[in-house]
Design a protein around this ligand. Structure first.
Ligand SMILES: Nc1ncnc2c1ncn2[C@@H]1O[C@H](COP(=O)(O)OP(=O)(O)O)[C@@H](O)[C@H]1O
Ligand SMILES: [Mg+2]
Length: 276
């Protein structure tokens, strides 16, 4: 069997990729006792900075992708037991240029995972991707079985989904025939005023037409999320009573139940945002 590999992806910045990937990793390792490896493929290194235990060293995933060093020399411990990190650095920005001279660069991350026995060593491998549809995201998706899409409820949301769907359709033809969309989920949700309801319905309709799964759980906007990231804690550890903590636990239950990993911890608590 081996590790389940999931990427969080959408080409817009600020949708909640990094925040959500960190919660997923903390949920699986911290609450479910799973062995998890988080791979940060974003040059901005936000996931790395948030979870790493100790200072960020110079070397990162890009040095392994380009064959300059071995995986062991960059593998980092995190603040969460059971969660290891393959860190990012700003040098990831140079990956596409450096890769232009070589063939089959789409599969470098997959080769790294398979060549180092990561599938055997971990239960889950979670990949945070940059806000672009370039080679780094292609590598993340080419290494994954599943991908997840966080989406703010905003007037551009459907356009973002249209662009992403077109990109993934092309990618599936050429590079990743087995890649599956696990679900799209709404983040930073402000409430059911008329505008938000209209946008939500347009997202729902668009996804329904394309038979793409919209997850039931909605993540509310809350300053508690930003505070928890600043404190470098999973949101429910930072403030267990906050609505958004319950949202994230419910979302994790929903996502990981969908791929056959059950054992709810949030099911006892009620009061999440109702859809519709
Ligand atoms: N539910 C939320 N409520 C409030 N702020 C949030 C929420 N989710 C994310 N944020 C904030 O929004 C910003 C963008 O989130 P981030 O996860 O970094 O997006 P991405 O990785 O897609 O660029 C960050 O400052 C983050 O703290
Ligand atoms: Mg990010």
């Amino acid at each position: 069997m081996g590790a389940k590999i999931l990427t969080t992806a959408i080409h817009k910045g600020g949708e909640g990729k990094t925040t959500s990937t960190i919660q997923f990793a903390a949920y699986l390792a911290g609450e479910k006792n799973q062995k998890v490896c988080l791979i940060d493929m974003d040059p901005s290194s936000n996931a790395t900075i948030t979870v790493i235990d100790g200072p960020v060293s110079g070397l990162s995933v890009v040095d392994v992708l380009l064959g300059k060093t071995d995986l062991l020399s960059i593998m980092a411990k995190t603040r969460i037991p059971g969660l290891d990190l393959i860190p990012a650095s700003n040098e990831l920005k140079g990956f596409s240029m450096a890769a232009a001279k070589e063939p089959s660069m789409e599969f470098r991350l997959l080769d790294l995972i398979e060549g180092n026995g990561l599938k055997e060593a971990y239960d889950f491998i979670l990949i945070d991707s940059p806000p672009s549809l370039e080679l780094l995201t292609v590598n993340a998706l080419a290494a994954s079985e599943w991908f997840l899409v966080p989406l703010r409820c905003a007037s551009y949301s459907v356009k973002g989904l249209v662009d992403l769907s077109a990109f993934v359709a092309k990618l599936k033809q050429r590079v990743t025939p087995n890649l599956k969309l696990l679900g799209i989920f709404i983040t930073q949700f402000r409430g059911w005023n008329r505008l938000d309801r209209n946008i939500y319905e347009s997202i729902e309709n668009y996804l329904l037409k394309g038979n793409q799964p919209l997850l039931k759980t909605i993540i509310r906007e809350s300053v508690v999320v930003r505070e928890s990231i600043a404190e470098r804690l999973p949101v429910w550890k930072y403030n267990p009573k906050a609505d958004v903590s319950r949202d994230y636990l419910l979302l994790c239950d929903e996502i990981f139940n969908k791929i056959g990993f059950c054992n709810q911890i949030a099911e006892q608590v009620s009061g999440g945002v109702n859809v519709g």
